[in-house]
Each structure stands twice: as C-alpha cells, then as structure tokens.
Design a protein around this ligand. Sequence first.
Ligand SMILES: Cc1ncc(COP(=O)(O)O)c(C=O)c1O
Length: 292
Amino acid sequence: MKKLVSIDGKIVADAEAKVSVLDHGLLYGDGLFEGLRVRAGRIFRIERHLARLRLGARVLGLDLPFDDQAQNDIITNAVRAFGQREAYVRLLVTRGEGPLGVDPTTCKTPTVICIVAEIALFSAEQRAEGLALLTSSYRRPNPDVQDVAVKTLNYLGSALAKQEARQRGGDDALLLNQSGRVAEASVANVFALHGRSLFTPPSLDGCLEGINRAAILEIARDSGFDAVEHSLGRRDLLAADEVFLTGSGAGVIGVRSLDGRTIGRGRTGEVTLGFARRHRQLAESEGPVTVA
Ligand SMILES: Cc1ncc(COP(=O)(O)O)c(C=O)c1O
C-alpha cells in the first residue's frame, strides 16, 4: 500500500514511521482519530473534522498540541506531498508516551500521526450491487460506558462486529444500541428511505455524528426530501424502500439486504445512486484545491 506518514508535523521515511511501545494510544487506546477523504484534490470538510477532533479532545481532557490552523497545515502538507488527487487521510492524536499504568496525567505530550494512503473499504462489485448487512451480536455501549460520539482509538467494538459479519458471509455489521435501536454500521452511518422521507438515527441512539451524514442530510433536503434524524428499529430498515451507509471511508453505498432479507429491490436504489452522485460532486467542488 502506497502511503505517506507525518509524525508531529514532520514527514518521515517509511522506516521511521514508528511510535513508542509506551505510547498510551497503543497501550490503552487512549487517544482520538479522524478519517478524511480527498477527492479531486480537495480535502472534504477538513474544518468539520478538526472541530470534531477538538470536541473529542475536550471530552478526554487531552491538550491538542497544535491549533486548528497548524493542524490543518499538517494535513494539507501531507496530502500535497502524497500527491494523489484521490486519497484517504488518517489523523491520530494519541495521549503520547508515558510509563506503564493507565494514568493519562503521566503522559506529557500527545503524538500526532497523519497517514495519507489509498483506501478501498468495499470492492467495485459491492458498490454496484449493494451490501449484505448482518445485525451484530455486539451492541453500541451506553454513553456512560463509552461515548461513541467521540472518535476515540477504542474501535474494538467495530472491529469485532466487522469480523463477525465477514465470518458469517456478510459485508458489514449493523450495530444496535443497548435498547435495540439502530445505531450505525461498523464505521459508517445508516440511512433509511421511506417514500420521500429519509431517516437516520440521532447520535443519542449510539452513532457518530458523521461529516458525510450531515452532507447527505443537506443534499436530501435540497432535493426536496424530508430528511430528519429519527430513532429507527431494525424493522424500519427491513421495510424501507432503500437503505444506505455513509462515511469518509465507505462513501455513499447502498444496502441490498439485512440478515438475508431483501431490502427494496435487492440492489442499490435509484435515490441512493442520486445522493451518491450529488455527494461526489459536492466533494469534488467544495473547498480549496490541495493537489492540482
Ligand atoms: C463508527 C463510525 N460511524 C460513522 C462514521 C462516519 O463518519 P464520517 O462521515 O465523519 O466519516 C465513522 C467514520 O468513518 C465511524 O467510524
């Protein structure tokens, strides 16, 4: 995989792209991350990703070592140096190096890692046909256990849900919350279309407030749909005309079945395809050009 890595703002050779074994990001999953998408040389809504990172840092009591402008420059420089007009950016801010022991106050300086790489979470065939989702036996925790609205380095729940779905022959997992309401997919938000109404779960139901989720709500409203956050049950997906997922890695991708039951016509729906086109146009035209 072709990639470019910067650590604490300095682009490093592959052999030096390493972190300490005593980094609390590794030892305890203590830290935050963001995944951003570059399309047609433009970084999609970088300022919103940085705002979400800052919010997460406040929740974790983690002092970000760079202000938003400096952090923006770090990402932009890395994307420019990578030089490809289609790319994915993984930004990590770990608690930093410290002694063994979970205490975050022993870590002096957070580590900032920026990886720019190619990404293909789903194949062209999966994109064309739509995904087979399987309801996971893993559930999103309540916010008092772990607030999934904060994008921390703790992604074991998503990783195990994805593993389970793949081992059972599905493409991705549908995660419910502790009350059995729909939360999200392993690393993507979920939408259900019923006629001209588009629904996506509120973050209180256990999903991340996705940057692409917000973009789709805007696009749908602009196109005359009644697009709202609304708590959903599994049956609201099964009964939907169309279901799709959104995320920086996933893009906008249709769902053809849930737990073996066909959704809509059993392939990516026409409205979903329209939203995906509009979403791509937006990403390709909004914001400054970083890679010409
Ligand atoms: C758990 C989870 N939900 C939803 C999303 C979608 O968020 P975004 O659109 O900001 O990428 C992500 C990130 O890709 C995620 O990790």
